[in-house]
Design a protein around this ligand. Structure first.
Ligand code: ADP
Length: 183
């Protein structure tokens, strides 16, 4: 079982870790984070730095985008980690892993992961939140597919992400919006 050390968050705080690829972050993710904030004092958004998974955005770019989106929300901490999630969680004072469920197809994988994580660290629980009706069909993968073909993903990801996607796929970005990360 991983040794728990003092890290991000005090013992008194009720902290959850929301881990994922966030390549890129969508309003589906943001909805889960915001609903998590209604339950937890702090949500740590942890970007999995998984070399095996080919990503569109670098970890640095994803960190920057998510930090920018939550710049006015001090109880959202954005970080990245390598290796086992349970080892990362042990470095924080989080007791709960937060996950979102979109469809029954998510369930089997999530069920296995939650069971495996609990077997690796028996103190650790996973809390699942059902997706909101507006975002059940939104995944980072479909966002990338649609955006790469020039389709509009406005309303499904923040404007900042729309711009970064256009830049990545070398699609026209309105001039005044080309500078900086701010909306
Ligand atoms: P994706 O599956 O979109 O590539 P991640 O790997 O970053 O996303 O997923 C991180 C967590 O967010 C997972 O628990 C995933 O099920 C959840 N999630 C992703 N998109 C949504 C959504 N639209 N609604 C609810 N939860 C979501």
């Amino acid at each position: 079982m991983p040794q728990r050390t003092k890290g991000m968050g005090s013992d008194m705080e009720n902290v959850a870790i929301y881990a994922g690829s966030f390549d890129p972050i969508t309003y589906g993710h943001i909805d889960i984070i915001e609903r998590g904030l209604a339950i937890f004092d702090k949500v740590i958004v942890a970007i999995a730095n998984n070399m095996e998974k080919r990503s569109l955005f670098t970890v640095e770019e994803r960190l920057q985008m998510i930090r920018d989106i939550f710049k006015e929300t001090p109880n959202v901490v954005v970080d990245s980690f390598k290796g086992l999630l349970v080892n990362y969680v042990a470095k924080t004072n989080a007791k709960v892993i937060l996950r979102g469920l979109r469809a029954t197809s998510d369930f089997e994988y999530e069920f296995h992961m939650a069971s495996m994580n609990r077997s690796l660290d028996t103190h650790l629980d996973t809390l699942f939140m059902m997706t909101s009706k507006d975002y059940f069909f939104v995944s980072s993968r479909t966002i990338k597919e649609v955006a790469s073909l020039g389709g509009a993903v406005d309303g499904l990801v923040p404007d900042l992400v729309v711009r970064r996607l256009k830049e990545k796929f070398k699609l026209p970005v309105p001039k005044r919006k080309q500078i900086g990360w701010d909306d």
